[in-house]
Design a protein around this ligand. Structure first.
Ligand SMILES: [Zn+2]
Length: 308
């Protein structure tokens, strides 16, 4: 048994796929102690109490009217700086591209911001002590986000090897959200054609290859599930994401570290929940053998995975 900080999901949406506080409860029950909410439309989560789950809220995402993202976006007619200043936490969510096409392999929704615009967002955020997480797909757009100084790249389908190496050098995090793609294969509502299902499978298999490469070259990887999006259920999918990282070739110890202490450090939140994990069963959903209640907060860097 290993005692370690609780799990951390660095990308989900509590306002989607169910009642927000119920969604938070499901996360907590799965052994997760901290999540980052990556966008709530018009700030609809404002004022809700999610305790005992700790929630880092980016607030509504920055997007351009007419482009992808209104459903989690900031639709106010105010300037960008005001939007950035009014985000509730230290992270600003920016939508750079649209979704991955299921009709044509490798095609993604159009890019919303130019290199200059994105850089201005990052610089403005930095001036206000905030970091930028970028929803992005396609290698060209990932490169744009890296050059602009993003703190993390979210999704990153079709990212290239050289871009991942740049991210390793610059310590930029990657959140591949691969279970959100792989889960589409189950397609409970029968939304997809046989051709679309083939493209979905190809997408997620390529993502696994890139996860393996990223780990090899030292790109900081983090566990984000995009829970709340279609067919991505709160709580359970966290373990599916981890299982896919295992399939991508990541060892158990490294993965446990990524799923726990590294998340608290990335989000700069002192650890206030500990769990014990059966490493042999990890990452099955029953690997948490006991939820240890808060015994006084310690900082992430002082924590670490320790033997009882
Ligand atoms: Zn998302």
């Amino acid at each position: 048994m290993l005692k370690c900080p609780a799990f951390v999901d660095t990308h989900l949406h509590l306002s989607l796929g169910g009642e927000p506080r119920e969604n938070a409860r499901r996360q907590y029950d799965a052994g997760i102690g901290l999540v980052r909410d990556a966008g709530d439309r018009d700030g609809c989560l404002e004022g809700l109490d999610f305790s005992p789950l700790q929630v880092v809220r980016t607030g509504p995402a920055l997007f351009k009217p007419g482009y992808y993202g209104a459903f989690i976006g900031d639709r106010r007619q105010v300037d960008l700086e005001e939007k950035i200043v009014s985000t509730p936490a230290g992270f600003v969510k920016v939508l750079l591209t649209g979704l991955v096409s299921f009709d044509e392999y490798g095609v993604v929704g159009k890019t919303q911001w130019s290199a200059d615009e994105l850089e201005k967002i990052v610089v403005t955020a930095r001036r206000h002590g905030k970091k930028v997480m970028v929803h992005v797909n396609s290698d060209a757009a990932c490169r744009l986000a890296v050059e602009a100084g993003a703190h993390s790249l979210e999704h990153g389908y079709f990212i290239g090897r050289d871009t991942l190496k740049m991210m390793a050098d610059r310590r930029i995090y990657w959140t591949p959200t691969v279970a959100a793609m792989a889960n589409q294969l189950q397609d409970p509502d029968g939304r997809f054609s046989a051709v679309q299902l083939q493209i979905i499978e190809k997408n997620y298999r390529r993502q696994l290859e890139m996860i393996n490469f990223a780990h090899e070259v030292g790109t900081p990887l983090t566990i984000g599930t995009d829970s709340g999006s279609y067919n991505v259920s709160h709580g359970r999918v966290f373990f599916q994401e981890l299982e896919l990282y295992r399939q991508a070739g990541i060892g158990r110890e490294d993965l446990l570290n990524m799923a726990t202490i590294a998340g608290w450090e990335m989000l700069e939140v002192p650890v206030d929940r500990w769990i014990t994990v059966d490493l042999e069963r990890f990452p099955a959903s029953d690997c948490v053998t006991a939820a240890v209640e808060p015994v006084g907060a310690t900082t992430g860097s002082q924590g670490g995975i320790i033997l009882p």
